[in-house]
Design a protein around this ligand. Structure first.
Ligand SMILES: NC(=O)c1ccc[n+]([C@@H]2O[C@H](COP(=O)([O-])OP(=O)(O)OC[C@H]3O[C@@H](n4cnc5c(N)ncnc54)[C@H](OP(=O)(O)O)[C@@H]3O)[C@@H](O)[C@H]2O)c1
Length: 273
C-alpha cells in the first residue's frame, strides 16, 4: 500500500473523525483539521497525528490554515473537504450565508490556495456533499447566499450542489495536470449534524428519529474508501458517489456552464477587498 498524506477537515467529530481513525489504522499519515481547538486536539492526540484549527465562518482563518498546510506538508495526497453542516440563518463577517460559506466558499478557498501543492502531489480532492443537493439545491450564482429568500433546506441544498459542481469543475480544469476530484453522499448518519441548525434537520438528527440512521463508522467508511482508493480505478474522476457506487445527480449537476459560472462567482466573492 502507498502511504498517503491525507488532510481531513471537519475531523473533530462525526464522519471526519471516524475516517481519520480508519485511515490512520490502515497506515496513512492523517492530518486532522477542526474548528474547536479542544475537540480537534483530543482526536489528534488519540490518533497520534498532527492537527490544525480553523473556523470556516472566518475566511481569514482559512487563509492562515492554507499557509500552515503549505509550510508543514511537502506533499498533500488527499484533501478531504468534509467540514460542513446546516446552520441557522446568519451572515458572516465576510458577508456570506454561513451555511454556504462553511460548506462551499471556505473549502473552495482552501483548495485553490493550496492548488500548486495538490498538483505537485497528483492529489485527490474529495467533497463531502449530500443527497440534499438533489432534493433542495437550485443555485442562483447571483444570489449564492439566498439573500432574496432563505430557508434552511434551500441554503444547505445549494451548498451541497455547489460541492458537486465544484468537483466537476475541478475535474474539467485540472485533470490534465494530474488532479483528481470526487464528491459523495455519506448516507444518513447519526452524528452531531444540524446541532447548530433548526427546523426539520435539527429534529431529524437530534430526536429518536436518528435511531433510524446508520452509525458513524458506516458514513466514515465511504470517505475512507475514496481517500484510500485509486482515482480512475476505484472511482471515476469528477464523479459523485453514494454507498461506494455512482449516485443519482441533480438535473443541473452536469451543466458545465453552471459549474464554470459558480467557479467564477466564488473566485469573485473571495477576492481580497
Ligand atoms: N450526518 C449525515 O447524515 C450527513 C449526510 C450528508 C452529508 N453530511 C455531511 O457530512 C459532513 C460531516 O458532517 P457530520 O455528519 O460528521 O457532522 P458533525 O458531527 O457535526 O461534524 C461536522 C464537522 O464539521 C466541523 N465544522 C462545523 N462548522 C465548522 C466551521 N464553522 N468551521 C470549521 N469546521 C466546522 C465540525 O466541527 P466542531 O467539532 O467544532 O463542531 C465537525 O468537525 C458535512 O459536510 C455534512 O454536511 C452529513
Amino acid at each position: 500500500m502507498t502511504t498517503k498524506t491525507i488532510v481531513i477537515t471537519g475531523a473533530s467529530d462525526g464522519i471526519g473523525a471516524g475516517a481519520a481513525r480508519q485511515l490512520t489504522d490502515i497506515g496513512h499519515n492523517v492530518v486532522v483539521v477542526g474548528r474547536s481547538p479542544e475537540k480537534t486536539q483530543e482526536v489528534a492526540t488519540d490518533l497520534g497525528v498532527p492537527f490544525h484549527v480553523a473556523d470556516f465562518a472566518h475566511l481569514d482563518q482559512v487563509r492562515t490554515l492554507a499557509q500552515e498546510l503549505l509550510d508543514a506538508y511537502p506533499r498533500i495526497d488527499v484533501l478531504a473537504n468534509n467540514a460542513g453542516g446546516t446552520f441557522t440563518q446568519k451572515f458572516t463577517e465576510d458577508h456570506h450565508d454561513l451555511t454556504m460559506q462553511v460548506n462551499h466558499l471556505a473549502p473552495f478557498l482552501l483548495t485553490t490556495l493550496v492548488m500548486d501543492r495538490l498538483i505537485e502531489s497528483n492529489a485527490s480532492v474529495i467533497q463531502t456533499s449530500s443527497i440534499a443537493h438533489r432534493a433542495w439545491g437550485n443555485i442562483d450564482v447571483d444570489d449564492l447566499s439566498n439573500k432574496r429568500k432563505w430557508s434552511a433546506q434551500k441554503s444547505y441544498g445549494d451548498a451541497k450542489l455547489a460541492n458537486v459542481l465544484f468537483t466537476k469543475e475541478l475535474d474539467r480544469r485540472y485533470r490534465d495536470q494530474g488532479l483528481s476530484a470526487v464528491s459523495f453522499h455519506p448516507g444518513a448518519i447519526a452524528t452531531n449534524f444540524a446541532s447548530e441548525g433548526s427546523g426539520p434537520f435539527r429534529f431529524a438528527y437530534h430526536s429518536l428519529f436518528s435511531k433510524l440512521f446508520e452509525g458513524v463508522d458506516a458514513g466514515a467508511s465511504r470517505l475512507t474508501w475514496l481517500a484510500d482508493g485509486e482515482p480512475g480505478v476505484t472511482w471515476e474522476r469528477g464523479g459523485y458517489y453514494a454507498k461506494n457506487a455512482p449516485g443519482k445527480l441533480h438535473d443541473r449537476a452536469d451543466d458545465p456552464e453552471l459549474a464554470s459560472a459558480l467557479w467564477d462567482r466564488s473566485e469573485q466573492l473571495l477576492a481580497p477587498a
